[in-house]
Structure formats: C-alpha cells, structure tokens
Design a protein around this ligand. Structure first.
Ligand code: ZN
Length: 322
C-alpha cells in the first residue's frame, strides 16, 4: 500500500506477530534518508514477510538508513536484532531499559508488579503470572538506542516530520507528525478497531509514583484535537481518516466505561481486583493483565475527576465513591 504525502513517500508493510493483536504495521518513509518506523517482532515469519514486502517497493533491509521506534513493545521493536549494528535506532529514552532487558530491570519489573498485586487485592491464584511477566520479551530485541527523540524534535534525514510525545499505551510512546500534510505515523496511540490498552508500567527515571496511563492516554489523544491531523498510519489495522471523530468517540467510550465502574463502587467499596472481576466477569480470568490495566485505568480516571477516593492506609487499597 502506498500513499504520497507532501514531502515524502510513506509505504505501509503489514507483518505477522505471535500476539492476539494480529499483524503489526511498520512504515518506510522515503525522505532525504530511508527511514523505517517500527520493525515488527523478532520472529522468522515477520522477517521473511518484511523482506518480501520491502522488495515489492524496491528495497532490501540494507537500504534502511535509520529506524525510529514509536514505543518499546516487542511487536514493534523485536526485529531490531536482525538489522546491522550500524543502523541507527532512534526513540524516546524510556525505550532503553526495555530494549536492553538487563536482569536487574526484569527483576525490578517483577517486584513492582508484585507490590501492585498486593495493593490491588489480587487473588493469590494469579501471583504465578508474575513469573511469566517477561515472557513476551522473548520476541523482543537486545539493542541500544543510538539517539533519543523528544517532543518537538525533527528527525535528521526526515525533514518536515516532528516528534510528538504521546505516553499512555506505553511510557515510551511517540508519534511522527508531518505538519504540512497533516499526516501522523501514530504507533499504537490511536487504532481504528480497538482502543489501545493503558498498560501499567513501573516508574522509570527513579520515580516512585506509578504512571497513570489512562490519564496520559486521554491527554495524548486530546492534544491531537488541537492539531489539523487528517490521516493516521496506525501500528495495527486500517488507516484512519476521520481522526478527530475517532478521538472524540474513544474519549466518550472511556468515560462511559469509567461510569460503569463508578456505579459498581457506589453499591459497595471495592478493591481494584474486585472492580476488574465486576467489569470483566467472563474475561478477567484469561486476560488478567489486560483487564486489570483497563480497570485500573478507569479507577485512576475516576479518582482524578473526584468521583471516587482511594484509601491507601491499609496494604490493600479500597475504592469508595466520593
Ligand atoms: Zn503497543
């Protein structure tokens, strides 16, 4: 698939992943340099698909001058390992520990979630999941970032495209915006068919407070409403043309979901785990981490707008209506 934008050419490649989300989209942008945005997971299938689709547009992996990553999830960065060490990899600094996967970091992440499980009142039968927390990183990479991308920065060799920091789905999330054409290469910030999960992450940079990913995600997509964006190349699924309508719809749906959670808590005070069981009675068991992060997202939102309060004086935190 090909679409011309004002100053560059953007090519969309669709690569298979071993995750339930299905294929991941990566983009080749032909500017002064040939830039690849995201790379797919570290699997033979993805690498074969990448090479063959790249060939269709007249390139080989050796032609890629630089790689920009939108965020650190394995389906977007794993294949970095298949590229020569000479190819620069650019991304937000928060990608670094996830790409490097030091033993210390992996232990930190497990310890962080263990303490969250306690605060959220998670049933003991789910604690063994902590041992599997790092499993998805098996199809991720082992790589260093060459340079960091921050808000407002222009990428060398990709003139006209600016970085917008968009944390929420991942703390490391950025998008590329071409002002002159209103085109966004959006990673997992905005998807047509599903709302990206506000995934819980450990605080980086020595912070003690955990991030509030749903609040960040709402802020990140709301910012786009002030920008004349006409087209989004997403990290999964179809391209998006009705961008502002979709954002408004996502915000509305999220507020409705939060309202459901508030109504459960109005009946009786709940832990985050109990709220998750009530919100996702048939799903929470099989999709535990995803349904928990969705639920905690709603709780954080309700606390933020003052509709509920959280009692943190005990080991297990209890949410009540305000
Ligand atoms: Zn993602």
């Amino acid at each position: 698939m090909k679409r011309e934008t004002q100053s560059n050419q953007v090519f969309k490649l669709e690569l298979p992943t071993p995750f339930s989300v299905g294929d991941v989209n990566v983009y080749v942008i032909k500017g002064d340099q040939l830039t690849l945005v995201d790379v797919g997971p570290k699997t033979e299938e993805a690498w074969v698909a990448f090479q063959s689709q790249l060939k269709e547009i007249g390139y080989t992996p050796q032609d890629i001058d630089q790689i920009v990553i939108t965020h650190h999830h394995p389906d977007h960065v794993g294949m970095l390992d298949y590229f020569s060490e000479d190819v620069p990899v650019l991304g937000h600094p928060f990608n670094a520990p996830w790409l490097k996967k030091s033993q210390q970091f992996l232990v930190e992440q497990t310890t962080f979630f263990e303490s969250l499980f306690v605060k959220f009142g998670v049933d003991e039968k789910f604690f063994p999941l902590l041992k599997k927390l790092n499993d998805p990183l098996g199809v991720s990479c082992n790589r260093e970032l060459t340079s960091f991308l921050r808000e407002g920065k222009e990428v060398d060799g990709l003139s006209g495209w600016k970085i917008v920091e968009t944390p929420g789905h991942a703390q490391s999330h950025i998008v590329l915006y071409e002002e002159v054409s209103g085109v966004l290469v959006g990673g997992d910030l905005l998807l047509k068919h599903i709302s990206p999960n506000p995934l819980l992450e450990l605080p980086l940079n020595g912070g003690l407070e955990r991030p509030r990913p749903q609040l960040q995600l709402n802020h990140s997509i709301s910012r786009l409403l002030d920008m004349p964006i006409s087209f989004v190349y997403p990290g999964h699924g179809e391209n998006i043309e009705e961008v502002h309508q979709l954002i408004t719809y996502r915000l509305k749906k999220q507020a409705e979901k939060a309202e459901r959670v508030r109504s459960f808590i109005a009946e009786k005070p709940l832990t985050a785990f109990q709220a998750c069981q009530t919100l996702y009675p048939t799903k929470y068991d099989k999709l535990f981490m995803l349904t928990m992060s969705e639920t905690v997202g709603q709780l954080d939102y309700l606390v933020d707008i003052g509709q509920i309060i959280v009692d943190t004086t005990q080991q297990t935190h209890i949410y009540t209506v305000n």
